[in-house]
Design a binder for this molecule. Structure first.
Ligand SMILES: *Cc1c(COP(=O)(O)O)cnc(C)c1O
Length: 466
């Protein structure tokens, strides 16, 4: 499998290259040249397959000859062996049509672990083949940071610098990053929003000299391998609910459009996805884009679902690429105007095309709290604020036929956001034992202004010492 850039000017790369590169050199994102197909027979055979076997079946065509099937299976077994549920991503039934897909049984209690545990192992494998060192720089609204740090802490050929918006991540999220004392882990709290942090990371990649000097690499959801790993659980859940002989809908709490794009990929591969509900909080750029064609940047409002406090959804570019007929030059022009004018026009034809699969909803804090209480009272499930936004969108939607089961992706463990959960439901979730002790450990991080030069100087200085 070859990968091409959404902006059409970067060279096509192999899976190994695309994994290590993250962002394309023309500023675009890599996507597979074509969508591999899962046949009806393959999908039926996966109904009784383990998570690891499902992962191998879904990912092998994307990985191509970068790993043998046995190597891929070994890496998946190692990555998913660190999850504390035998089903890795179990389904939980809420009522006659609503289900939760629990994606938070990994080491840092959010769905980001599903992709990042594997990505850490892929990096290690590919870097040791090349005897190469990389510096990962990333921006996190909370969960990517802890998951990426857990996945690479202590690994020899990797340093990681993680930027988080100061004061805008939960105490559990922050401590999961800042209490990791491995020498290759460097946390930076920036005085700004997640979008500021993400823009700084982009600027570091665009600074060719700096990127070259440090061999920069990305593990944000712009990294193709992450999306690929997330396609697996859509398939795993759908076949358990009757696919390919029955359609299934998914509701996805969305920020950077990575998780829901993986659902789109699953659909392109032949999974019968009736609908993808894009659930946002009040930071609703994606809802405005999909419902009204208005993709324009608003200001970020901090909410109790901080992993979704995003107004520029990087992965949306991958969908726009398809909506522009995979014309890289046309998309490049559109993205350039977006970067200067902060708004991008989506034509009615493009919007209508997206609407065949996608619907959207913006859920405010009251609706979120209401559904948290419903889940707790009616189904005995305490859910986190992000999951609640997805479930609220699922329960409010009138666009899914009544006979189609609706799976809400449960993206974080409620204990990760226990203050917000307690305020909404009166129940304070316990921290699972795997993270107990978090509040006794020392923290280590640097606080810097949201200024490119200051952050680059810090990374230069730290790397010098290593
Ligand atoms: C990252 C995250 C999201 C948003 O996922 P995207 O792939 O950015 O759309 C939702 N919920 C939680 C808990 C997250 O950590």
């Amino acid at each position: 499998m070859r990968y091409i850039s959404t902006r059409g000017r970067a060279p096509a790369l192999s899976f190994e290259e695309v994994t290590l590169a993250g962002l394309a050199s023309d500023g675009g994102l890599y996507v597979p040249e074509s969508w591999p197909q899962l046949s009806v027979e393959t999908l039926r055979s996966l109904r009784t397959a383990s998570y690891v076997e499902t992962a191998v079946a879904v990912m092998a065509p994307f990985v191509g000859d970068a790993l043998s099937e046995d190597e891929l299976r070994d890496l998946c077994a190692e990555a998913y062996g660190r999850f504390d549920h035998a089903g890795v991503t179990p389904l939980v039934q809420l009522d006659h049509r609503h289900w939760l897909l629990e994606l938070f049984h990994g080491p840092t209690l959010a769905f980001k672990d599903v992709a990042l545990q594997l990505l850490g192992l892929l990096f290690e494998r590919f870097l040791s083949r090349r005897d190469m060192h990389v510096t990962i720089v990333g921006a996190t609204s909370g969960d990517t940071g802890s998951a990426a740090i857990d996945a690479v802490a202590g690994r020899e050929k990797i340093d990681i610098f993680m930027l988080h918006p100061q004061g805008r991540v939960s105490d559990v999220q922050r401590r999961q990053m800042t209490t990791v004392m491995a020498p290759n882990v460097h946390n930076i709290a920036i005085d700004g929003s997640f979008d500021d942090a993400q823009a700084l990371v982009k600027a570091m990649f665009n600074d060719r000299a700096f990127a070259g000097r440090h061999n920069l690499s990305a593990v944000n959801s712009i990294n193709w391998a992450r999306l690929m790993a997330q396609v697996v659980y859509y398939v795993y859940a759908a076949v358990r609910l009757g696919a390919p002989d029955r359609q299934v809908a998914f509701s996805v709490p969305t920020g950077n459009f990575g998780d829901v794009f993986a659902g789109y990929v699953a659909s392109k591969m032949g999974l019968p996805v009736a609908r993808l509900l894009v659930a946002t909080n009040v930071n609703d750029i994606l809802h405005r884009a999909l419902s009204a064609g208005d993709y324009s940047v608003g200001t970020v409002t901090p909410t109790v679902a901080p992993s979704m406090d995003i107004q520029v959804s990087s992965n949306f570019e991958r969908l726009l690429f398809d909506l522009h007929g995979r014309d890289g030059a046309a998309l490049e022009a559109a993205m350039q105007s977006f970067e200067t004018a902060k708004t991008l026009a989506i034509t009615e034809a493009q919007r209508a095309q997206a609407a065949h699969l996608f619907s959207s909803a913006s859920i405010d804090e009251d609706a979120m709290a209401l559904v948290m209480r419903w889940a707790s009272a009616e189904a005995g499930q305490v859910i986190d604020p992000h999951t609640a936004i997805g479930l609220a969108a699922a329960r409010l939607s009138d666009e899914v036929p009544a006979e189609v089961p609706v799976v809400t992706l449960a993206t974080a463990h409620p204990a990760k956001f226990r203050d917000a959960v307690e305020r909404a439901t009166g129940i304070r979730p316990h921290l699972p034992t795997r993270v107990s002790g978090l509040f006794d450990r020392e923290e280590r991080f640097e606080t810097l202004p949201a200024d490119l030069k200051a952050i680059q100087a810090h990374i230069d200085a730290k790397s010098e010492k290593r």
